[in-house]
Design a protein around this ligand. Structure first.
Ligand code: ADP
Ligand code: MG
Length: 483
């Protein structure tokens, strides 16, 4: 049976706030450190006291330009600031300094995977610079709301997308991609739990085939990627059911109750704010020149999408390339590693296998991993040259190196007796000895019982005390038996 939801299509747009990891605030010298004692990082400038003047933090411009370049946005030359006026207890100035009609970035896109895993471009409407409000704490004092103004004035970028999403999975994938991007760009730590990445979702539904969008609702207070997805799924179902029963969706702002898994009304259109935007009189417009953009571009850290493409071109499969670029730290380690070896597949296997298992086991990051990329490259080379077996390299030798990371892997392998015998003439003697032990088996082998090869190989390995290179020995045994 056709479900009601099959007759409709959801349309979703996102507004993300990214808190920038600058050392000081957007328009004052106050520190921004997370977790400091409440109200210790607030100067009269952040409080908007009479006689104080804001000033621009250049890093905010730089970070915005970095993100704009990464998203292929247009970057505006003349940037004006605007005041967005509203009253709230955690907004000491009574207004927020933001950008209204002149966002620093226009257009651009982010490539994500859709729900089926196919690539999809999400267009960006704009990215603009603004400042955060303070924080109201409702759950510490049973009778009062407490206010921490440390966050007031911390720089934010607001990233507004076009309504290009069609389901919650796409939004989830976009958030994952965006978090990866801001971390690679080193402009934000992207932690949703600490509030450095927040998002509001706009959701509407329309009958399939209809071009005109339906009325949207906005859902706020989403504190995890999974909850974003759940809130969207819930809203789509609620709106479809409403419309199917002859109702109409009203333009509302909702919050998501994660415990109950449903949305609740925060305010309806009639209570919409009038922010009385006007140009910020205390700040000069900031001019972003092409020279400046070029400089930022030159110093741009590598992007996950670029590294992904690079690894695909090196012959790695999509899965490996995706995992290797998942975090910047892993990608940078891999970059270093492949500057020491051309065996990219082996390099990827080492990172995704042996190294990652070790990191998981010790609960450490790659930055705390004791072995240098050049050491891993040396191990790969030893395996490729048949000096040690793959299992010895990723097992005993790897463990030994972890205890003495500065040691030369070749010397250590010798000490540990892990060097394989692959010298043909030395092995040939052992092969002949091994075969001579089983004259009747030789007959059987010659009569077609090829499975006996294992027996002879076992004997060779025994005689060599496990050090014979199995590939070489195997060939020698075969040649000798079949001559
Ligand atoms: P508003 O005027 O309410 O702020 P905007 O046009 O600025 O709305 O859009 C805010 C966000 O809502 C954007 O991310 C946009 O893509 C998205 N959006 C706009 N219209 C719709 C719609 N009909 N359904 C879903 N999302 C929408
Ligand atoms: Mg808007």
């Amino acid at each position: 049976m056709e479900k009601a939801t099959d007759k409709y299509e959801a349309v979703i747009g996102l507004e993300i706030h990214v808190q920038l990891s600058t050392l000081s605030k957007a328009y004052s010298r106050d520190a921004t450190e997370y977790g400091a004692m409440p109200n210790t990082q607030v100067s009269p400038v952040s409080l908007g006291h009479p006689g104080t003047l804001p000033m621009c933090n250049e890093k905010v411009i730089e970070f915005a330009v970095r993100l704009g370049i990464a998203c292929k946005s247009g970057i505006r030359e003349m940037n004006e600031y605007a005041r967005k006026n509203y009253f709230y207890a955690d907004l000491p100035k009574g207004y927020q300094i933001t950008q209204h009609e002149t966002p620093i970035c226009n257009g651009g896109f982010v490539e994500i995977k859709d729900a089926e895993g196919n690539p999809k471009k999400i267009r960006l409407t704009r990215i603009h610079m603004e400042e955060d409000s303070g924080k109201s704490l409702h759950d510490i004092d049973p009778f009062n709301t407490l206010i921490d103004l440390n966050r007031a004035g911390v720089p934010l970028l607001e990233i507004v997308s076009e309504p290009d999403f069609r389901n919650g999975q796409e939004v989830y994938n976009y958030l994952t991609e965006m978090r990866k991007l801001v971390r690679y760009l080193e402009i934000s730590d992207g932690n949703m739990e600490e509030g450095s990445l927040r998002c509001d979702v706009n959701v509407s539904v329309r009958p399939k085939g209809q071009e005109k969008f339906g009325t949207k609702v906005e859902v706020k207070n989403l504190n995890s990627f999974r909850n974003v997805q759940k809130a969207i799924d819930y809203e789509i179902e609620r709106q479809v059911e409403l419309v199917e029963n002859g109702g109409i969706v009203e333009q509302q702002t909702l919050t998501f109750d994660a415990a109950k898994g449903k949305t609740n009304l925060l305010r309806s259109k009639e209570d919409a704010h009038d922010y009385r935007y006007f140009t910020e009189p205390d700040l000069q417009p900031v001019r972003v020149t092409q020279d400046y953009i070029d400089t930022v571009k030159k110093e741009l850290p590598p992007l996950p999408s670029e590294l992904f493409e690079k690894y695909r071109k090196l012959g790695l499969n999509e899965y490996d390339a995706y995992l290797l670029t998942d975090t910047k730290e892993i990608a940078l380690y891999f970059e270093d590693l492949i500057s020491h070896t051309n065996n990219y597949k082996a390099a990827a296997n080492w990172i995704m296998g042996t190294v990652k298992s070790y990191l998981n086991e010790k609960a450490i990051t790659i930055e705390e991993f004791p072995l240098k990329p050049s050491t891993i490259a040396a191990l790969i080379k030893m395996v490729d040259n048949n000096k040690v077996s793959n299992s010895a390299a990723s097992g005993e030798l790897f463990r030994a190196l972890l205890k003495e990371p500065e040691r030369d892997p070749t010397v250590l392998a010798q000490e540990k007796n892990l060097i394989q015998e692959s010298d043909e003439s030395a092995l040939q003697l052992l092969v002949e000895q091994a075969v001579a032990k089983f004259p009747d088996k030789v007959e059987e082998y010659k009569n077609g019982k090829k499975g006996l090869l294992g027996l002879f190989m076992g004997e060779v390995m025994k005689l060599s005390k496990g050090k014979a290179d199995p590939k070489v020995a195997n060939k020698l045994v075969k040649d000798y038996l079949e001559q």
